[in-house]
Design a protein around this ligand. Structure first.
Ligand SMILES: Cc1cc2nc3c(=O)[nH]c(=O)nc-3n(C[C@H](O)[C@H](O)[C@H](O)COP(=O)(O)O)c2cc1C
Length: 172
């Protein structure tokens, strides 16, 4: 079982969650790789038995070019590129046919009004033909730049282990 954990990050928090998910998947006996969204080519996606896609919540949803600009003010108005996020990646992801497994997660602030990126990620994955392995999961950061709330890394690890075990079952 090959698991690819694909993330977008601006302060490193979603990457930390992605790495913990991959550790958990390895606990379940999977081979797991972690990659930033720009590295997740269609070939990489097709070679995985399970893709786990995560992004930070920006303005209640997945990031947009201008919200990423807020996180990288030095790049705004220069030739320095603001890289694409999961929203743009999903838009260009080729559709799959057959039984392809995926899961979605996000990071967000601890507010009841925080919104979330998982809804859009899950919808995008389904639209491209993926079957979601369980419900999307959400991980809390204490402040915009982090850190992750205490215990979130462990929760991410346990979730990754559970996902890999579920995806390995012939019938979900
Ligand atoms: C421009 C901008 C908008 C944000 N909007 C929200 C929001 O609507 N809801 C929320 O919970 N967090 C919001 N955040 C906080 C991010 O979710 C937080 O920075 C992210 O989880 C950190 O993960 P990262 O280090 O992987 O980027 C926002 C952050 C930025 C930079």
């Amino acid at each position: 079982m090959d698991v690819a954990v694909v993330y977008e990050t601006h302060y490193g928090q979603t990457r930390a969650v992605a790495e913990a998910i991959a550790e958990g998947a390895r606990e379940a006996g999977a081979e797991a790789t972690v990659m930033e969204v720009g590295e997740a080519t269609p070939d990489v996606v097709r070679s995985a038995d399970l893709i786990v896609v995560g992004a930070p919540t920006h303005v209640l949803s997945m990031s947009r070019h201008w919200t990423r600009g807020r996180a990288h003010p030095a790049e705004v108005g220069t030739q320095g590129d603001i890289p694409d996020g999961v929203r743009e990646w999903l838009a260009t992801l080729p559709a799959v046919e057959g039984e392809w497994h995926a899961a979605a997660f996000d990071t967000h602030l601890p507010s009841p009004l925080s919104g979330g990126a998982t809804h859009g990620i899950a919808r995008g994955l389904r639209r491209h033909g993926f079957t979601l392995v369980g419900e999307p999961e959400r991980f809390t950061v204490e402040e915009v730049e982090g850190p992750l709330r205490t215990g979130e890394r462990e929760r991410a690890r346990a979730w990754g282990e559970d996902l890999a075990r579920r995806a390995a079952q012939p019938q979900l």
